[in-house]
Design a protein around this ligand. Structure first.
Ligand code: HGY
Ligand code: MN
Ligand code: MN
Length: 410
């Protein structure tokens, strides 16, 4: 069965209905919605002729064999989990394009010199446990035992969530692929930024993916009466956190990085009590690891000064760190050839400021990415969009990229 762009759009709509929160799209790791989309997408993989399985970290795989028994494997993937109140294309469209590409290649080319394995990663966003890329870290074989103690907002540990989902934590290592068998990893994804649209290009070749770190920060002051406590006696945790958030913006702006405080909670959370405790997150990204780390040092110094001045301790804990990943010239050439074949003679090259599953795979094999135009650059928002026409071009480019690789001498 062939799968065209209209079918991909319809499937994105169908998966958008699988949500923990009616009226929004919120689908997190190891949730009932995660299990549900794996079941639906497995059926689509099977319709495309693939053998399917769920691995020991909850990622869904579908594969078609290569022309020979010992053929290597090309991985193609993206993720099915979402942020809170997400759009319907981030990650999802890349998985569905991978399935559609396999269906078309089987119909038009038969078996290639390599097998193709499409992976629908289970956790890219880190929405539930703070640490992003859990699914692809398991596949890359870079799982860290310390992650088992991560907890979600309800205090459920990652270890318990695994067991509740029917997975055995002691077997997570079995989700790892054997890098020696891989041709590489390709991922199609919406750009999540405005640059392709500004350049009037439907598709682009990714050169590298931003280096990222994420932190939770605890600001501990003192809760006191909102009327009776003079300013000089206050240790207001919220005001320290607010100043810290402004420092993140100031320091990142001045250094061509992006830093975001995306969550903040205050305790005890009463209208007539000076906040004694604040928790907030910091997401920091830059093109290179060294610059990112220099900027984080500057931010922590600013936090310490703010805390000292206000008598509030401001303590960050790192929850996620991913190095910058550089795409492999050989795979980038194939992606470029794919875009050129769609009638765009000089494909735009761009650096990804967003994180992707390709970051984990890039630790063990060659990776490349194909970006699709994302009108207004809006993503992580319900208005996120990619046109059916651009998906059609992207699918043509992905198929050509894969067949270009297949035509290369091994
Ligand atoms: O946050 C990110 O960069 C990605 O969309 N998960
Ligand atoms: Mn995302
Ligand atoms: Mn994504």
């Amino acid at each position: 069965m062939t799968v065209d762009a209209a079918t991909i759009v319809a499937r994105c709509d169908e998966l958008a209905a699988v949500t923990a929160t009616p009226g929004q799209i919120t689908r997190v790791y190891l949730s009932p919605e995660h299990a549900r989309v794996n079941t639906i997408v497995a059926r689509w993989m099977q319709d495309a002729g693939m053998t399917t399985w769920q691995d020991d970290a909850g990622n869904l795989h579908g594969s078609v064999p290569g022309a020979t028994d010992d053929a290597p494997v090309l991985l193609v993937g993206s993720h099915l989990d979402t942020v809170v109140d997400a759009g319907r294309y981030d990650g999802i469209v890349g998985v569905l394009m991978g399935i559609a590409a396999v269906a078309r290649i089987r119909a038009e080319h038969g078996a290639l010199p390599f097998g193709i394995q499409v992976i629908a990663f289970s956790d890219e966003e880190g929405t539930r446990f703070g640490k992003a890329l859990l699914g692809s870290s398991a596949v890359a074989g870079v799982w860290d035992e310390a992650w088992w103690e991560l907890t979600d907002a309800e205090g459920v540990s990652l270890r318990k969530a695994f067991t509740d989902f029917g997975l055995d934590p002691s077997r997570v290592g079995d989700a790892a692929v054997d890098p020696s068998r891989l041709v590489g990893y390709l991922e199609a994804h919406i750009e999540q930024g405005p640059y392709l649209e500004q350049a009037d290009q439907a598709l682009g070749v990714v050169t590298s993916i931003a280096s990222a770190r994420r932190f939770t920060v605890e600001a501990v002051g003192e809760a006191r009466h909102a009327g009776g406590t003079p300013y000089e006696r206050r240790h207001d945790a919220l005001l320290a956190a607010a100043e810290a958030a402004l420092a993140v913006e100031r320091i990142c702006r001045a250094s061509q990085h992006v830093g975001t405080v995306g969550t903040m909670t205050v305790e005890p959370g009463a209208v007539n009590v000076v906040p004694g405790l604040a928790h907030f997150s910091v997401d920091l990204r830059g093109e290179f690891d060294e610059g990112r780390d220099r900027v984080w040092d500057e931010i922590t110094k600013a936090f310490a000064l703010i805390g000292e001045r206000r008598g509030v301790s401001v303590e960050p804990t790192e929850v996620h760190r991913a190095p910058a990943v550089f795409c492999a010239p050989r795979l980038m050439d194939a992606v470029r050839a794919g875009i050129v074949a769609t009638g765009s003679p000089a494909p735009m090259e761009l650096f990804s400021r967003a994180g992707h599953d390709a970051m984990s795979l890039g630790l063990v094999t060659d990776v490349a990415m194909l970006f699709l135009r994302n009108p207004d650059g809006i993503s992580h928002h319900p208005d996120e969009f990619v046109s059916e026409a651009d998906i059609a071009l992207g699918l043509d480019a992905l198929v050509t990229a894969i067949t270009t690789l297949a035509a290369e001498p091994s």
